[in-house]
Ligand binder design. Structure first.
Ligand code: 3PG
Ligand code: MG
Length: 375
């Protein structure tokens, strides 16, 4: 464990849990379509903790949010489908209704916390994906109850803080997705620890614009060009490499599929990195000893523009490096290519994994450090 982790109570610090009622905060905010769960990864990821507790005679009450229902009940965000899946996987476990049906959850209202802990003897946070939220169910119960991080939260913290503290070099971060502005903090933090940064996805166009290349009508953030310029200059000065695409795939001004070099003509739109770039990025990943990947390389939901993301995903699977994938879209891409079992760690957190990498701590961890049973 890392230093930060050491001061946080773990399951063993709860003492004998036999006959106790344990509230387990999980992140069961799973993707759904028409009331059907499309990926139960976050539910399965909580099972080791739930089983650890039930095997020792505890009765488990799980609680989670689902979606963003705005503080009032909304049938669309009912936990019923999640509960049905959970009892298939862990019979006998209770699941409360969506925590965000009450405004007290997001408002971190002490009265809501008090209602949550009625009849509860101990609290476990296993909701890594929500531990960057200072919400009632995350930071409230550890004020009064013996508390611990669950096995999933412990693993996530260990892996992600390990990237910050003691990565094997070369350490490469592969970043994609659309907005550089969303990821600026984590890009700056990563630049301090990586040897190179690989940039794909729509965010590459703001970097390419900063380098003076034509980007046609591609997505970009004009107000971030200066920041990208500064990051390119700083990385050069500190001997780090930022790899940008050398070829691109997208549509021309008439809307037809087209391949391009590094500069796009007027009216063209880039939707994926090109094959030369994908091969180059994959070489960087193969030569690394640690790789962190967050964000797809292109619009992989469209089969015409999935090749770049698929090549990067395959390199993540093939490399001997220690590989970590930040949650959200890159995890979905790995699952789509059936490569999710081929990397060392797929994080259950999207925003939480980036915030932990950037800041080295989360509100949920800080709350556990002050629990009555913390040493
Ligand atoms: C997530 O899916 O990112 C987590 O469950 C947190 O959800 P939120 O972004 O709605 O707080
Ligand atoms: Mg989110």
């Amino acid at each position: 464990m890392t230093n930060v982790g050491e001061r946080i109570p773990t399951l063993a610090d709860l003492g004998d849990v036999g006959g106790k009622r344990v509230l387990v905060r999980t992140d069961f905010n799973v993707p759904m379509e028409d009331g059907v769960i499309t990926d139960d990864f976050r539910i399965r990821a909580a099972l080791p903790t739930i089983n650890w507790l039930t095997e020792r005679g505890a009765s488990v009450v799980a609680a989670s949010h689902l979606g963003r229902p705005k503080g009032k009940p909304d049938a669309k965000y009912s936990m019923d489908p999640v509960r049905a899946r959970l009892v298939e996987l862990a019979p006998g476990v209770d699941l409360m209704e969506n925590l965000r049906f009450d405004p007290g959850e997001e408002g971190n209202d002490p009265a809501f916390v008090a209602r949550l802990v009625v009849g509860i003897d101990a609290y476990v946070d296993d909701a890594f994906g929500a531990s960057h939220r200072a919400h009632a169910s995350i930071v409230g119960p550890p004020r009064t109850l013996p508390s611990a991080m669950g096995l999933l939260l412990e693993k996530e913290v260990d892996v992600l803080l390990g990237l910050r503290d003691k990565p094997a070099h070369p350490f490469v971060a592969v970043l994609g997705g659309s907005k550089i502005s969303d990821k600026l903090g984590v890009v700056e933090a990563l630049l301090r620890v990586v040897d190179s940064l690989v940039i794909g996805g729509a965010m590459c166009f703001t970097f390419l614009a900063a380098e003076g290349y034509g980007i046609g009508d591609s997505l970009w953030e004009p107000d971030q060009v200066g920041t990208c310029r500064r990051l390119l200059d700083e990385s050069k000065a500190s001997g780090k490499t930022i790899h940008l695409p050398e070829d691109l795939v997208g549509v021309d001004a008439a809307g037809n599929y087209a391949t391009f070099g590094r500069s796009l003509p007027d009216g063209a739109k880039g939707f994926d990195i090109g094959p030369g770039t994908a091969a180059a990025f994959s070489d960087v990943i193969m030569d690394a000893r640690t790789v962190f990947w967050n964000g797809p390389m292109g619009m992989f939901e469209d089969p015409r523009f999935e090749a770049g993301t698929r090549t990067v995903a395959q390199a993540m699977a093939d490399t001997k490096a220690f590989t970590v994938v930040g949650g959200g879209d890159s995890a979905a891409a790995l699952a789509q290519f059936r490569l999710d079992d081929e990397v060392d760690h797929v994080s259950t957190g999207g925003g939480a994994s980036l915030e932990l990498l950037e800041l080295g701590d989360l509100p949920g961890l800080e709350a556990l450090r002050h629990a009555p049973n913390a040493k």
